[in-house]
Design a binder for this molecule. Structure first.
Ligand code: ZN
Ligand code: ZN
Length: 209
């Protein structure tokens, strides 16, 4: 699996373009700057097999509909975040003054029970609520890669003071991530990459008891 990171929007969201072997890509969190993401896909001769949303926050989903217009593909997110992601509950003035536009086309509700296969890549999701009710991490076991959204950052975790956030629930989600192998590469929704082992050693929020 090849992963290209495109940093988008005023909040510096990491949008990931994951490619396997068949000229198709998975696009994770196209938060803004749809035209930049589209130009990257076209430059690489890629079409989109699916859009994967780690969670519903406006900085992670606002570029989705425009990108989907140009390259339609199924859109996957947890149902608990589909519930509000494209409503006025998801505005953040003065930067996001209107609700993110709902993408057309097929909707997929993420489930922990499913092994997903797109673009020649297999992954599962780990439900990690706490930052939002429907937050998930995307786990590509074969390459030992975990895309964590705003659940886990290098040295920190996502805030829990926004609507739907809950610090105790986030804490339980982080305990689930501790069970992954230490070498697992962590690709967060903002900022630099890390590993599970590094975070277990140095991230206050990942300490066990
Ligand atoms: Zn967020
Ligand atoms: Zn974010």
């Amino acid at each position: 699996m090849n992963i290209e990171t495109i940093v988008v929007g005023q909040f510096g969201v990491n949008c990931f373009v994951c490619t396997g072997s068949d000229g198709q890509a998975l696009v994770v969190d196209p938060g803004e700057d749809a035209e930049v993401i589209l130009a990257t896909l076209r430059a690489r001769n890629l079409t989109v097999a699916a859009y994967l949303m780690t969670h519903g926050h406006c900085d992670h989903v606002s570029g989705l509909a425009a990108l989907h217009d140009a390259m339609p593909a199924p859109v996957a997110m947890h149902a608990a975040d589909w519930a509000w992601a494209f409503t006025d509950a998801n505005i953040l003035p003065p930067i996001f003054n209107t609700a993110p536009r709902h993408p057309a086309g097929e909707r997929i509700d993420f489930s922990e029970a499913t092994l997903y296969q797109y673009a020649g890549l297999a992954f599962s999701i780990i439900e990690t609520p706490g930052h939002t009710p429907g937050g998930v991490c995307l786990y590509f076991e074969e390459s030992g890669t975990l895309i964590t959204g705003d659940t886990l950052f290098a040295g920190s975790v996502g805030r829990t003071d926004l609507p739907g956030g809950d610090s105790r629930i986030l804490s339980a989600s982080l305990q689930k991530l501790r069970a992954l192998p230490d070498p697992t590469r962590v690709l967060p929704g903002h900022g630099p990459a890390s590993t599970i082992g590094q975070e277990k050693r140095t991230n206050f929020f990942m300490q066990g008891d």
